[in-house]
Design a protein. Sequence first.
Length: 380
Amino acid sequence: MKFRIDRDVLADAVGWTARSLPNRPSVPVLAGLLLSTENNELTLSGFDYETSTRATLSAEIKEDGQALVSGRLLAEIVKSLPAQPVDVALEGAKVTVTCGSARFNLQTMPVDEYPRLPDMPTATGSIDAAEFATAVAQASSAAGRDDMLPLLTGVRLELEGSTISLLATDRFRASLRDLTWFPEASDISAHALVPAKVLSDTARSLASGKDISIAVSSGDNGDGLIGFEGQVAGGTRRTTTRLLEGEFPRVRQLFAAQPETTAHVNTHSFMDAVKRVALVAERNTPIRLSFADNVVTLEAGSGDDAQASESLEATIDGPDITIGFNPGYLLEGLSVMSEPVVQFSFTQQTKAASMAGVSEIGADPDGAFRYLIMPVRLQS
């Protein structure tokens, strides 16, 4: 194996592939990054038996071959190299990396012990890369982070005809985003529960491309799998991951509740106000929101502790309402809203409230990012 490649292209691809490698691999070879050269292309591969990553790059190939080296070490080395072409060669049991006057020797691992990467499932459809990345970031904001409850650490993808929906929940909040995609079959009906971290990293890494191909396997043999592939500057990237198992909570029906009060507030102004008022909120204490007379008043702190309040203009339709939310959950939902106006929908003070990003007051929130958040009981 011997090749030459642009330093920036190699650094970006190695860094992306190495990020998916396990910190504590069950077997040493899983910490390795597989370098393969064939047909004037360089392929970088990583796999931990759950998630696989593969980047294919154009390179000046001088000899075909394969080598397995420490992925994280290679990423650190390439990132530190000067902005010059990089020469990589397999010499005996070591891989040499040369760039300018810098030269590194890396010990190789046995290639024949490296597991075979899973094949990409048959393509199910494609979607705009930038739009998908935005939707994934929005939906993932409500995904759980507790590995003791793996079912809730995923984002559920529902594929129904030309609509793809992304849902997530950690029991305290939930998210929903519908968007249009281009399925291979117009009557497709499928779903997949994808680890949120893998989905977020993948969508973000492919956002600069034009389209992302999505492929879901049926899992008839017990190996439910989803794959994502897209073109980015420098080459092609592909990720596959096993699906999470279990019955996902019925999140969608929570968004169907008819509100008694709706309110519209400028997104950025409201988010900035929440950040300021939350400065005096102690850990696990709510921020109080009072909607009345076309004004929303934000308050935090009580008694002898530090206190803060701020008021903003709002357009309110329905009875006045005062409700409390965890400020961290509130900000996580607001931070991924790209629309200029946030619409609040309330039923009762003790029931979940919905937030949706809209382009203007009165706009239909259907299809927009929606975020459901459970209230926190306020002290009387």
